[in-house]
Design a protein around this ligand. Structure first.
Ligand SMILES: *Cc1c(COP(=O)(O)O)cnc(C)c1O
Length: 228
């Protein structure tokens, strides 16, 4: 059965609205990023037709291919949310994507130097492994202040905020301390954007101050297992 993007999107918007209501937040303070990894281009076209404009992708090659195939959608914007190897930076330049997963000064320097050469500016978020899980990327909480300081001195990149992928808890509200810790860290560092919350833990993320939520499954349905 074909997943219905329009109703998936409506239910996500409803979930965001209710979470905002519970904590007295303005709906416009939460940006919805549609995570389209693993889904074909026509799913992205359908989501765009339903009103979505910002899409998150995890793999450099896949982003490059999709951005080029969807080049006719002039107002589409891309955020790179996967682990980025320095030798893959060039692949995502055509998409003019932000990089939301910077976790080392070497990666930030490489993005900065290519951006300088191309006379462009790249928006960055730092990925923080708040839960300290061995299998997840991201710098530690302790590394953030020094990394923020270093990235702020680099040309042609603008550091906008912090991002995290929280550990999985069966009870989503158990994630709240993780999100609260990221919010406090961003506040201390004077960073306005907080990218946190996925299909499973959207509510606690919004309640704890997310300015961007990254939602895949609840919009597009389960990801096809074969590469598209
Ligand atoms: C896949 C992915 C998402 C979306 O996850 P869903 O559970 O499908 O909403 C969000 N953020 C990152 C970093 C991802 O890799």
């Amino acid at each position: 059965m074909k997943h219905d993007i329009v109703s998936g999107l409506a239910s996500v918007r409803e979930r965001i609205a209710r979470a905002c209501e519970r904590v007295g937040r303005d709906l416009s303070s939460v940006q919805l990023i549609a995570v389209s990894k693993g889904h074909p281009e026509d799913a992205i076209r359908a989501a765009h037709a339903a009103g979505l404009r910002v899409f998150g992708e995890n793999y450099a090659q896949e982003l490059a291919r999709k951005a080029s195939a969807l080049g006719d959608l002039e107002d589409i914007r891309w955020r790179f949310i996967g682990h980025l190897q320095r030798n893959k930076i060039k692949l995502i330049e055509g998409a003019r994507a932000t990089v939301d997963t910077v976790d080392s000064i070497r990666l930030a320097e490489a993005i900065s130097s290519r951006a300088s050469a191309r006379k462009t500016d790249v928006e960055l978020l730092l990925q923080v492994n708040v839960g300290g899980e061995a299998q997840k990327s991201g710098c530690s909480m302790e590394e953030v202040p020094a990394l923020v300081e270093a990235v702020r001195h680099l040309p042609n990149v603008t550091l906008r905020g912090l991002m995290t992928v929280a550990p999985h808890f069966d009870e989503p509200s158990d994630t709240r301390p993780i999100f609260a810790a990221l919010r406090e860290l961003a506040r201390e560092q004077g960073l306005p954007e907080l990218s946190m919350g996925m299909t499973h833990d959207l509510e606690p993320a919004v309640e704890e101050g997310a300015t961007m939520v990254r939602i895949g499954t609840a919009i597009f349905g389960p990801r096809p297992s074969a590469p598209v």
